[in-house]
Structure formats: structure tokens, C-alpha cells
Design a protein around this ligand. Structure first.
Ligand code: HEM
Ligand SMILES: *[C@@H]1O[C@H](CO)[C@@H](O)[C@H](O)[C@H]1NC(C)=O
Ligand SMILES: *[C@@H]1O[C@H](CO)[C@@H](O)[C@H](O)[C@H]1NC(C)=O
Ligand SMILES: *[C@@H]1O[C@H](CO)[C@@H](O)[C@H](O)[C@H]1NC(C)=O
Ligand SMILES: *[C@@H]1O[C@H](CO)[C@@H](O)[C@H](O)[C@H]1NC(C)=O
Length: 358
């Protein structure tokens, strides 16, 4: 780690400057359409305009209802999209239930902490959408839209998503999952190297990490920074509070990722980093490493800039190795491939017979 430790005074000054900045600078305009990344061939902003014009309205309406009960679900859905896209592309492979056909992406360690509710929410959204339009919208598109709405409904930027992803036919292996999702103990070098393989630059990496402005973590993801010796880059009060929550290395409790505004999608994550209150090594080291520290400071000072870079990076992430056209399928149940669904097979066969009779 390159040592760049901000004094508490520098940090305080930055927080004050940012408060002035946020109130005076123009903010991100959520009423405008936003697409800044190139659109992959086969995807389009108007993909469902004739086959399911209400898809985006239905999903947003359902999620509004769900988040009114529990805003925490937004974080679970955002993380689900990240895990889907990083492993084998945004093909909804993360949703596949491996229990029938051997181990799947769901069974790899980084997935142990994906929220079970997130999977259920995605399939309930699919049910609503398919009831309205028939089986024309993919689970992969629903995951991408749910992540976008999770950001927006938590106070973040709104943005457009090219649609037309198909659901994958292949399970992602446990090894591929481990290889593609860096652990929270990674330093900036490791994260930059890992994400460069997916064409993300340092700005993308810092912006995407801003996803940690909402949600929670289990102690196991960061107790290595507390025991046996405390990571010297941690602010003292912050470290002591975490030790209360996680009294030893095996504690199973959870804590929030953003201590300032845990449920709000804003730029406070970066203010935390400047104050050495980032939860994971992979977070805090972004401020300690000279290649990324200025980007962190820039986002801490200017929320609009963060939102713009976050949208661009999400639009890139949302198009990683997508399946389009005749590749892949539209699943009838997001956790089961159609070929593994006996009633789907007979449903399609019946359908063919009835067509043959006409
Ligand atoms: C850059 C590498 C990343 C690492 C090492 C990482 C690591 C982690 C870890 C360890 C957790 C907590 C798991 C637990 O203990 O429960 C977590 C949670 C989370 N991550 Fe990341 N993450 C990364 C990137 C991202 C990206 C790109 C996004 C989205 C844009 C994201 C969004 C989230 C969210 C929203 C949560 C909270 C989930 C919840 O509350 O259920 N992360 N991440
Ligand atoms: C980052 O982590 C890698 C792998 O653990 C290690 O080899 C490297 O020395 C670390 N880099 C810095 C700058 O600490
Ligand atoms: C945590 O669990 C490990 C493995 O079971 C064990 O070896 C270790 O002693 C435990 N630590 C504490 C503080 O209980
Ligand atoms: C989808 O598949 C899962 C796993 O097989 C099953 O538990 C669930 O009931 C199915 N959902 C619907 C709506 O059929
Ligand atoms: C199987 O396919 C049928 C018909 O498309 C669908 O209604 C059902 O939810 C699916 N069930 C599972 C377990 O995949």
C-alpha cells in the first residue's frame, strides 16, 4: 500500500468543502435520458417497445412497493447484477439453481452472502412482466433494470439501459466465480488488474466501488483488518466501533457499508474513504493508492461527477459478454433453464401440437 494518510484536519476540511460544493454545484439531472456508453450490437434502448412497452414501468412500480417495506433489498439487487455480469457476462447465470444439475455460481463462496430475497424478487418481477406480455423479457434484462431502479429509488442517478439480453444456457462454474470476483482483502493493484481484463479503467473502478454507498456486510468480509492486528489505515473510532459489532474473527453479525448514509445512494462513500472509514481493504486502499486517490477525492467533492462516471461504468458493466439474438433463451423461471423444466418441455410440446392442428 502506498501510504497516503490524511490527517483528521484535512479530512474535516474536505467534508466541509464538499458540503458547500453539493449545495452550490448543479446536480445530476434525473429527468434527462442518459446513455453514455456505446451500445452493444443486438441490444437496443427500444428493444421491448412493441413486445412489452410497459416492462420498465412494471418493474419500477413493483420495486417502489418492495423498497417501501425494506429499502435494504435495493442493495441486494444492485450486488446481484454486479455478480451476474462479472461471471460469464450478464446472462442471469447467477440465478440458476444448481441443486439439480451440480454446483453453480450460487454455490461459490463470494455468493454465500447474496441475499436470498434478491433471487425471489427477480422471479416475482418476471412473473408480473410475463403476465402482462408473455415470455418475452429475459431474466438478465430484469436483473439489469432492477439494479438501475435500486440505484435510482435509493436517491441515485437514473439512466437508460440497452435491452435485449438473453438468458444463458450454461452454468458458471465455482472456479469462474472465484476467479472473476475479487475478494474484499484485495489491494488497489489487484482490483485494477482484475477489472482491466474487463476493460475498466481506474475511473471505472473507483466509480463502481461507489456501489458500496448502500448495503451491508458480514463481519467475515473485514475482520482480517481488525484481528490479530489492526490495519493502521483505519480511523480509530471507526475501528473500535467495528470491534464492538464483531468481537472476534468468527462473529456472524453484519454492519453497514457506508456509516454516514447507509441507505442513501450518494457520494458519502468517498467522504468515508477520505476519513479512513472505508470498510474493506478494497475500498480504503483506493484512497491510499496514488493511482486512484485523486479520483476518490474528486468524487468526494463532486457528487454530480460521481453520478456521471457511475452511470457510464454501470452501462459498460451491464453489457459485459451479453448473449443476444438466437444465443440463449427467455427463461420461464429465472432459476431454472427451460430444458431442465419438465412442465415447460411439455408446455412447449402441447403448444407445437396445437399449432400442428391448425
Ligand atoms: C471492486 C470489487 C468489489 C469487491 C471486492 C466487493 C466486495 C463486497 C463484499 C465483501 C460485500 C459484503 C458481502 C457480505 O459480507 O455480506 C459487498 C457488498 C456489496 N457490494 Fe460489493 N464488491 C465489489 C464491487 C461491487 C460493485 C461493482 C458493486 C455494484 C456496482 C457492488 C455492490 C455491492 C452492494 C450493493 C453490496 C451490499 C449488498 C447487500 O447489502 O446485500 N460491489 N461487496
Ligand atoms: C497487492 O497485493 C498483491 C497480492 O496480494 C501483492 O503481491 C502486492 O505486493 C500488493 N501491492 C501493494 C502495492 O501492496
Ligand atoms: C474461529 O474459528 C476457527 C475455525 O473454527 C478457530 O480455529 C478459531 O479458534 C476461532 N476463533 C475464535 C476467536 O473463536
Ligand atoms: C421456479 O423454480 C424454483 C426452483 O425449482 C421453484 O422453487 C419455484 O417454485 C419456481 N417458480 C415458479 C413460479 O414456478
Ligand atoms: C416451468 O415452465 C412453466 C411453463 O412455462 C412455468 O410456468 C413454470 O414456472 C416453470 N417451472 C419451473 C420449476 O421452472
Amino acid at each position: 500500500m502506498n501510504s497516503k494518510v490524511a490527517s483528521p484536519l484535512t479530512a474535516l476540511v474536505l467534508v466541509l468543502i464538499s458540503l458547500i460544493f453539493v449545495s452550490s454545484s448543479s446536480s445530476y439531472d434525473n429527468s434527462e435520458p442518459h446513455i453514455s456508453a456505446p451500445i452493444t450490437k443486438g441490444l437496443s434502448l427500444s428493444f421491448y417497445h412493441s413486445s412489452c412497452p410497459k416492462v420498465e414501468t412494471i418493474i419500477r412500480k413493483q420495486l417502489k412497493k418492495i423498497f417501501k417495506e425494506d429499502i435494504g433489498q435495493a442493495a441486494g439487487l444492485l450486488r446481484l447484477h454486479f455478480h451476474d455480469c462479472f461471471v460469464q457476462g450478464c446472462d442471469a447465470s447467477v440465478l440458476l439453481d444448481g441443486s439439480h444439475s451440480g454446483p453453480s455460481e450460487k454455490d461459490a463462496p463470494p455468493n454465500l452472502s447474496l441475499r436470498a430475497e434478491a433471487f425471489k424478487i427477480i422471479d416475482s418481477l418476471r412473473e408480473h412482466v410475463h403476465k402482462e406480455c408473455g415470455s418475452v423479457v429475459s431474466c438478465a434484462d430484469i436483473v439489469a433494470l432492477a439494479a438501475r431502479d435500486s440505484v435510482f429509488l435509493s436517491g441515485g442517478p437514473d439512466y437508460d439501459i440497452p435491452l435485449g439480453r438473453k438468458d444463458g444456457l450454461n452454468f458458471a462454474t465455482r472456479d469462474a466465480t472465484i476467479a472473476n470476483l475479487p475478494p474484499p482483502t484485495s489491494n488497489t493493484s489487484a482490483i485494477l488488474t482484475s477489472l482491466a481484463t474487463k476493460n475498466f479503467d481506474a475511473t471505472d473502478v473507483v466509480a463502481l466501488s461507489g456501489g458500496h454507498t448502500i448495503g451491508i456486510s458480514h463481519c467475515a468480509s473485514f475482520t482480517g483488518r481488525l484481528y490479530p492486528t489492526q490495519d493502521p489505515t483505519m480511523e480509530e473510532t471507526f475501528a473500535n466501533d467495528l470491534k464492538q459489532t464483531c468481537p472476534d474473527e468468527n462473529s456472524t453479525s453484519t454492519t453497514v457499508l457506508d456509516i454516514r448514509t447507509p441507505n442513501l445512494f450518494d457520494n458519502k462513500y468517498y467522504i468515508n474513504l477520505v476519513n479512513r472509514q472505508g470498510l474493506f481493504t478494497s475500498d480504503q486502499d483506493l484512497y491510499m493508492d496514488s493511482r486512484t486517490s485523486d479520483i476518490v477525492t474528486g468524487f468526494a467533492l463532486d457528487e454530480k461527477l460521481f453520478f456521471e462516471k457511475f452511470v457510464l461504468a454501470m452501462q459498460k458493466m451491464g453489457q459485459l459478454s451479453v448473449l443476444t439474438g438466437g444465443k440463449g433463451e427467455i427463461r420461464a423461471n429465472c432459476s431454472v433453464r427451460n430444458s431442465d423444466n419438465k412442465s415447460y418441455a411439455s408446455f412447449v410440446a402441447d403448444d407445437d401440437e396445437s399449432k400442428a392442428e391448425l
